[in-house]
Design a protein around this ligand. Sequence first.
Ligand code: HEM
Length: 431
Amino acid sequence: MIRPRAIARWAVQHGLVRLVAQRAAKTGDLQATSLIDLAHRADPYPLYERVRARGRLVPGRLGHVTVDHALVSEVLRSEDFRAGSNEDAAPGPLATIARWSREPRALGPIDPPSLLVIEPPDHTRYRRLVSKVFTARAVEALRPRVQVLAHELLDQLDGRAEVELVDAYASRLPVTVISEILGVRPQDQEMLLSYGREGAPSLDVGLSWRQYKRVDTAARGFQSWLGGHLEQLRRHPGDDLLSQLVHLEDDGQRLDDTELRAVAGLVLAAGFETTVNLLGSGTVLLLGHPEQSSRLRDDPALWPTAVEEVLRYESPVQVTARFALRETVLAERTVPKGGLVVTMLGGANRDPKVFEHPDHFDVGRVNARDHLAFSAGRHFCLGAALARLEGEVGLRTLIDRFPDLALAPGAARTTTRVLRGWERLPVRPGA
Ligand code: HEM
């Protein structure tokens, strides 16, 4: 079915950007190249180095781009920039179309009022409602349960000649954990995984209409499921986070239906779509660097640092961006009001000014935790403590239980630009 609003939404969010990027890429514009040239996605690091060679802040047709660690950190923490383009405040026909085309039934992770693209005071209000469940202390209490789940999932690898690890483990562990936190029934998890897979490109900009249609269909399916799930919790509340949000007393805190869907949808999707990539990339890195796995066997206290190093070396979220709230001078260049600055987290995490021998994978790197894989400032990842816990328990249990684990042929990377990881990872568990 052709949906006029969906076409309009694609045109303003992707079609125009795509058109400009295609032209700009031909003139050597690196940001545009990174948007539309699929070739560098398997290995984006040479492109980041080309950006670095051009300067701390590199102008382009669509905005500025940076891989400079200090500058990325400054922009993400700055009061002069906002996340999301603030469609509501923008003047002109494009903004009118953007507002008209926004549909609550097809809300995606970068559509307002998603936490990712809104700012205080709403951002502060929503974030406060969900953050106490994800504090380091609350998350640490989940460790024994995450450990049990990891073992249960890995039991199924015992005695098998070959297993596809993303499906069997790297995606199952995070989806089960976040489902338990949010009161999602086990029988719904398969469907969530499939919406997650189909919807993953929704963070990318410049999608083709064909890609966008698939993402839009997944968003509608997910929102329809979420509506039913929230209704179920309204009638039969549990002691999970979403039941608490649904039943907030009306003291000015209560979320309306769209706000509730946005908060719940983002926490749920972000809760597994990123951690799957931490587990997938971590496995490939550890198997590809047996000397580093041996260090971890000899000195298990290194595990938390090893997880930080995986996050730095293969950041599951490679890119984010900010818009200038006012004309701002940055690295001796002027960014106009409304101007875009693309902060390449994956590039900042290979900045030689901060990380010695940045292309070397080192599970004992003393400053590995200085990476920006979880962003910085107001939008710093709400689930960082949970992701760290799942990364540590998930990778350690896998490597300890299967010392002969080996990659098998047929591995495939994700093809998304923002999210980087593995779609398929066939492995041989060994004895
Ligand atoms: C390795 C795993 C993860 C990575 C690399 C990651 C990365 C990120 C990044 C980079 C951002 C900020 C984007 C920006 O500044 O524009 C973010 C925000 C967020 N993350 Fe994560 N994340 C991970 C896991 C999780 C988990 C497990 C949850 C579940 C609770 C979660 C929930 C969120 C939420 C709700 C936000 C929005 C925060 C805000 O805008 O205030 N993330 N994440």
